[in-house]
Design a protein around this ligand. Structure first.
Ligand SMILES: [Zn+2]
Length: 259
């Protein structure tokens, strides 16, 4: 009788465990179905940290999406070019960046790259300094970390670590910041750059308006983003949708031929 009871008890646990495994598999499949493009790039750890996918670097390098939820892979590599003031950028964006600066200077503006490429270590240092500053103001460590992360990106989530973004400032002895920001907002897309964190997209990007932060996405994407009024998060999603639609159409086409 006791053995029978124990067997029944064991069966119940096996059934419960199987149900739990199936339940988690279903959740994973659902989540990854939505975000299938980044699936192949994720490590088990990344998957377990729900919402912290690794940035997809398999497709167009110029459209790599990096934000709080899309981290730069640890082995991400790029070739850098050093600017005259010591700042560095990904070599692939240098010609367009130079062309943009030449055009702005021809229009009488004086501007410079205040911040280009940053290593993960440098990003960590900036974050640590910000945390320390908040602690000195009397906040607890946890509070200070929370406050600092509202302003400074966690390492591997800053676009500066890609080398594709630049913070552009005015040489204020010659030009006003406003005149430089206005010129960039009107012209940067012609050179493949977009204002990455516009004021009307803060809910999507999670970052406040930064009129100085420009991201290279290539001329075609920049023109399209400008025309549609979308930010990079929205644009990448549109590209995914149009890719999926093309695949669906292809499948429909072959289905029609076969039948
Ligand atoms: Zn920046």
């Amino acid at each position: 009788m006791r053995r029978y009871k124990r067997r029944k008890f064991c069966k119940k646990w096996v059934r419960l465990s199987l149900f739990a495994i199936l339940f988690f598999l279903a959740i994973f499949t659902f989540k990854k179905g939505i975000d299938s493009v980044t699936w192949a790039e994720n490590s088990i750890w990344d998957i377990l940290q729900l919402g912290e996918n690794q940035a997809d670097i398999s497709d167009n390098w110029n459209l790599v999406l990096v934000n709080r939820n899309h981290r730069i892979p640890k082995d991400y590599e790029m070739e850098l070019t050093e600017l005259s003031n010591g700042q560095k950028v990904d070599s692939r964006i240098y010609p367009e960046l130079q062309a943009m600066f030449d055009a702005a200077r021809a229009d009488g503006l004086q501007l410079f790259v205040r911040e280009g490429y940053r290593t993960s270590e440098e990003q960590q240092q900036i974050l640590d300094e910000k945390i320390e500053a908040y602690e000195k103001e009397g906040n607890s460590r946890i509070e200070a970390e929370k406050l600092a992360k509202e302003w400074v990106a966690v390492p591997r989530t800053s676009e500066h670590e890609l080398g594709l973004s630049v913070d552009i400032n005015a040489d204020t002895s010659i030009s006003s910041s406003d005149s430089v920001y206005t010129w960039l907002a009107e012209n940067a897309h012609r050179y493949g750059f977009v204002k990455r964190y516009p004021s009307d997209k803060t809910k999507i990007t999670g970052i406040s308006n930064e009129p100085w932060h420009y991201r290279y996405v290539g001329k075609e994407a920049a023109e399209e983003m400008e025309e549609k009024g979308v930010c990079l998060e929205e644009y990448v999603e549109l590209c995914k949708q149009s890719f999926l639609e093309t695949e669906r159409q292809k499948r429909r086409f072959w289905w029609t031929i076969r039948n």
